[in-house]
Design a binder for this molecule. Structure first.
Ligand code: NAG
Ligand code: NAG
Length: 305
């Protein structure tokens, strides 16, 4: 298992290396547009590794953020946004509160949507702060980056890559509404691939397949709410009608922080790479008690192995 993770990290580093070097033995310049919160904690390890291999990374982040702080292994560029730290903190508190709330699922859905709208306003403001910052954009455009590394779930980096015509490497867990499938033009049949939140297994009965179909519009609606502002900004900047699907379709490589151990198998394209396990870069060994419990639950009657 540990060897598998190690290998996967090497494959990832190798991939990024190939993308980043113009010629052999020449360091690449990577523009990193992270998603704040826990996704950054995984991406930070990739940036650390890129730096260790002689590449240069510039991380752009809003001044108001949770986890993205300057470190010695990258250059940080911040930009102002129309949002205050107090508002961000209260938004996070509301989100955390929601997770533990015991209410009817309809109430929970409505509350989650309201909170999501609030959160998407923050992401929109953050993206405006970056894309419409003329000085910063001029500077980034003049810096001739080789690649943009970004989490497309906050699609600002993807829009920026398209705007500056730089190849993009996407680093993500998953989209709630299959935008990744749209972006990679992957087959995604309802009868075969279980949709998020349905709790459907990979071998579905007829009714589970129907449920799979019924969830799709709801998930699409969530994405509509969250992502419309980004398509609007992209269309404004590129001066033509652009959909988010088109922006995402320009991704060169998709690095998924998933793994068949956690996710069901599904059709994939050659530019989709699974690097699950990278989330656990700073893992600690499990305690003996915990390991025994896991072994017992997975292998009943065989824990003498
Ligand atoms: C949304 O944000 C406003 C102002 O920041 C706040 O008053 C409101 O409680 C928030 N709503 C939710 C559901 O988070
Ligand atoms: C980036 O620079 C090139 C060359 O100077 C220019 O043609 C292009 O319009 C610039 N792009 C942006 C988004 O400013």
């Amino acid at each position: 298992m540990a060897l598998g993770l190690q290998l996967r990290r090497q494959v990832l580093a190798g991939l990024l290396l190939c993308l980043c070097v113009g010629r052999w033995a020449e360091a690449g310049k990577v523009l990193v547009v992270p998603m704040d919160g826990s996704p950054w904690l995984s991406m930070r390890e990739v940036v650390r590794e890129l730096h260790a291999r002689g590449h240069q990374a510039v991380v752009v982040a809003p001044e108001v953020n949770m986890h993205i702080k300057a470190e010695e292994f990258f250059t940080m560029k911040t930009y102002g946004i129309r949002y205050t730290q107090d508002k961000l903190d209260s938004l996070m508190k509301t989100q955390v509160h929601l997770v533990f709330e015991k209410v009817h699922w309809v109430t929970l859905f409505l509350k989650t949507m309201a909170s999501l709208k609030n959160a998407s306003l923050l992401f929109e403001r953050s993206c405006e702060g970056l894309l419409y910052n003329k000085d910063l954009i001029r500077h980034l455009n003049a810096s001739s980056f080789d690649v943009v590394l970004t989490d497309p779930v906050h699609p600002c980096g993807a829009v920026l890559a398209k705007y500056l015509s730089i190849p993009a490497v996407f680093f993500l867990r998953q989209f709630p509404c299959d935008l990744d499938v749209e972006g990679t033009a992957c087959p995604n049949p309802f009868s075969y691939v279980p949709r998020l939140l349905t709790m459907n297994p990979d071998r579905m009965t007829f009714f589970q397949r129907v449920k799979n179909m019924l969830y799709a519009p709801g998930l699409k609606y969530i994405c509509q709410v969250v992502y419309t502002p980004f398509a609007r900004m992209a269309s404004e900047l590129l001066q033509r009608e652009v959909s988010l699907g088109e922006i995402l379709a320009s991704g060169s490589v998709w690095l998924f922080r998933g793994d068949p151990v956690m996710d069901y198998p599904r059709p994939i394209m050659p530019n989709m790479v699974f690097i699950g396990g990278i989330n656990c870069a700073n893992r600690k060994p499990l305690s003996q008690v915990c390991t025994a419990a896991v072994v017992q639950s997975v292998l009943p009657g065989e824990h003498n192995l």
